[in-house]
Design a protein around this ligand. Sequence first.
Ligand SMILES: *[C@@H]1O[C@H](CO)[C@@H](O)[C@H](O)[C@H]1NC(C)=O
Ligand SMILES: *[C@@H]1O[C@H](CO)[C@@H](O)[C@H](O)[C@H]1NC(C)=O
Ligand SMILES: *[C@@H]1O[C@H](CO)[C@@H](O)[C@H](O)[C@H]1NC(C)=O
Ligand SMILES: *[C@@H]1O[C@H](CO)[C@@H](O)[C@H](O)[C@H]1NC(C)=O
Length: 380
Amino acid sequence: MQPPRLLLLLFLPLLLPGMWADPEGLWKIQVLAQVLLLGEASPQTSTKPFPSPSSFPAEPQVLQLLQTSFITNFSSAEMSGVALLGDVPIFALDPANWSIHFHWPWARQATAEGDAEKIKSHSKLFLRNMVRYVHEMAQQVQCNYPLVVQIRAGCVLHPNRTSWGFMDVGEGGRDLIAFEMERQRWEPRQPSPLAELVSKSLTSKKAITAVLEHLLSISCQSYILTLCRYGRADLERQEPPVATVFARMPKPDQLLLVCRVTGFYPRPISVAWLQDGQEVLPGPALNTSAILPNADLTYQLRSILAVAPHDGHSYACRVRHRSLGTRSLLIPWENHSIAPTVGIAIAVLLLVATASAGGVWWWKRRKGEEATWEIQEFII
Ligand SMILES: *[C@@H]1O[C@H](CO)[C@@H](O)[C@H](O)[C@H]1NC(C)=O
Ligand SMILES: *[C@@H]1O[C@H](CO)[C@@H](O)[C@H](O)[C@H]1NC(C)=O
Ligand SMILES: *[C@@H]1O[C@H](CO)[C@@H](O)[C@H](O)[C@H]1NC(C)=O
Ligand SMILES: *[C@@H]1O[C@H](CO)[C@@H](O)[C@H](O)[C@H]1NC(C)=O
């Protein structure tokens, strides 16, 4: 098996244009290209199945490198970058000194399995060359500074052992150019002189497109498999969802039942409301939020069902997630209970009305009851 040349994947595309410009750089790229392609008959196409170890991931895996350069003028450029496998961060580029920081010990180990150390030592040179290339291109079409260049590169590895590589470049928050693997060329993604110039300039460098294709297919697949092997425990981690049900009453004739689900990983989840045991179908009464990230690499969402107060139906929130296996989490809404907002509103009204010690006592008692009302969670 070809060892992963993962850091090449990040940096080679960035270093190439600049290196091309000077004789010493040209020599270096030839050496790097030789290192990369030696022993390979030819760069292989994206659809060629990878000769695989037995533990092939059962789900599509996406590896992507996201890199942003904020170039204010000829003497100043700020860099940031991160590599992600799915939603798991693998490494990041330190903006202060452009060095690479791994998020996990296994990511460092997996990365060390190829030519990584060799390439890593060149990473700052690569980034400098990229900035130089951007200046060169910007001068030719007389762009205004600052320039914000964003790069997204990587591949998707499917369970059927095929992969698809991609590399997109944006400028000023808009798509600029994209690499087309099949045709081995760069295409403009906007009708501007800069997009025309850069895509022509990069496409004309045949050695670069060949190396790039190799990186985005063979090297990228290989890196994914190595990461999956070293990082299995963290990549396959499962956190069960915690769900709570409560209610709000924005209007006297409307009750909003809220099912809040949080702390789960991985991201796919199914949350549904049951009315008398029947799933409530999507419609104007049902409003489910997007799945949002928590700070600890778990996720949350909420699903809100609008109902009429005291409509005589029973309601429950049902949650299904990989961590629960074939079971479901079922949290019933107790129709006879009173919502906390309503309870507090009544309490406040009473307080204002009587301003008596008895009122305060009632309110405290009321609060106590509400606390016991809150959640009933069980597994079916
Ligand atoms: C370049 O930009 C940086 C950051 O904005 C600034 O501190 C520096 O003075 C600028 N240099 C020149 C030569 O304009
Ligand atoms: C880069 O800076 C970080 C702190 O921002 C520091 O921990 C790290 O050691 C530095 N790396 C190098 C190679 O100087
Ligand atoms: C492999 O799976 C992907 C995604 O499901 C599909 O697009 C592709 O055509 C498949 N390739 C082969 C050779 O089956
Ligand atoms: C769903 O909730 C969001 C946020 O509370 C709100 O902006 C949106 O209008 C709601 N959509 C519907 C169909 O009620």
